[in-house]
Write a protein that binds this ligand. Structure first.
Ligand SMILES: C[S@@+](CC[C@H](N)C(=O)[O-])C[C@H]1O[C@@H](n2cnc3c(N)ncnc32)[C@H](O)[C@@H]1O
Length: 285
């Protein structure tokens, strides 16, 4: 490979991604430049005229080709930041999304003032919610429940990576509520699968790399809100909270499901795109 400077490498990478129609080509090329050469935007401005290591160049352009073919940037890098914490990610586990930070922030607000609150994160995936909560509220006793073996592998490694002492349980939200005593938790938090089954294949191509069981919310997208609300409500202490991430346009239906199971003070938070992204309510006031 010819000798290239860091700037040339970065620009070629960006041009390839742009040509392949990757949205945010510039941002993705920058992430990969930083991930592989350790050079962020400032380093490119200051030292971009320095020669780029040829071995690293090969790796960089391989990654650019993978990204151009549609593989998500986060899986290529193998790591992603959520709430200021680094998480291992890869095929088999959902990539933590910025929108989910809305749910973590609401959970923290609702738990504020409770001594050693007990929290369970259902459908925990990479552990993004459970681990961030434990890091930001160390006095909380956090359990993370997940069904997928692949996701559980990431969840365990992410808890270790972040030094988060949480309890990790393999379990199925459909059948395993009975393993917990009634009134066990101050809060249930969950970002369950919530995409309408027949819409999954029509969404952006990157989603096809993520596990279907992390996305598929059934015929109307609401299966998991019904299952969790109906089967897990009694596990919440009186005056405890149920906090969901909800899909676009799912707040009202989720609120109705919660009302029917004895929740009150139901409300929502908007995400940065102004969708009602977090739906929460108090159990049995
Ligand atoms: C939308 S992802 C959320 C992952 C993570 N909580 C986050 O916010 O990034 C939903 C997760 O639910 C898990 N899941 C699907 N069906 C489940 C079930 N029946 N019981 C427990 N977990 C399940 C999937 O494996 C996936 O990790």
């Amino acid at each position: 490979m010819e000798n290239l400077t860091l700037n040339e490498v970065y620009r070629r990478g960006e041009a390839t991604l742009e040509g392949a129609g990757v949205p945010d080509a510039e941002v993705d090329a920058l992430y990969l430049t930083e991930n592989i050469f350790g050079a962020d935007r400032t380093a490119l401005i200051l030292h971009g005229d320095r020669p780029a290591d040829s071995g690293l160049c090969r790796r960089f352009f391989d990654c650019i080709d993978e990204r151009a073919s549609g593989r998500p940037l986060q899986y290529i890098m193998g790591t992603w930041n959520f709430m200021g914490y680094d998480f291992y990610v890869g095929e088999g586990v959902l990539i933590p999304r910025d929108d989910t930070e809305t749910t973590v922030l609401r959970a923290l607000k609702l738990l504020n003032g409770r001594e050693a609150p007990r929290v369970i994160d259902l459908c925990s995936g990479s552990g993004a919610i459970a681990i961030s909560l434990k890091k930001m509220m160390p006095q909380a006793q956090v359990t993370a429940l997940e069904l997928s073996e692949d996701a559980l592998g990431y969840l365990k490694r992410n808890a270790e990576r972040n030094g988060a002492e949480i309890t990790i349980v393999k379990g199925d939200v459909s059948t395993d509520a009975e393993k917990f005593a009634d009134g066990s938790f101050d809060m249930i938090v969950s970002n369950p699968p919530y995409i309408i089954s027949n819409q999954i294949d029509t969404l952006q191509r990157e989603l096809s790399y993520e596990p279907r069981m992390a996305l598929d919310g059934g015929k109307d997208g609401l299966d998991f809100y019904r299952i969790i609300t109906e089967r897990w409500a009694a596990k919440i202490k009186p005056n405890g909270w149920l906090v969901y991430e909800t899909g676009e346009d799912e707040h009202e239906a989720t609120a109705d499901i919660m009302k029917a199971s004895g929740f009150c003070d139901i409300s929502y938070d908007l995400d940065l795109q102004m969708y009602k992204r977090t739906t929460y309510g108090r159990f049995g006031k």
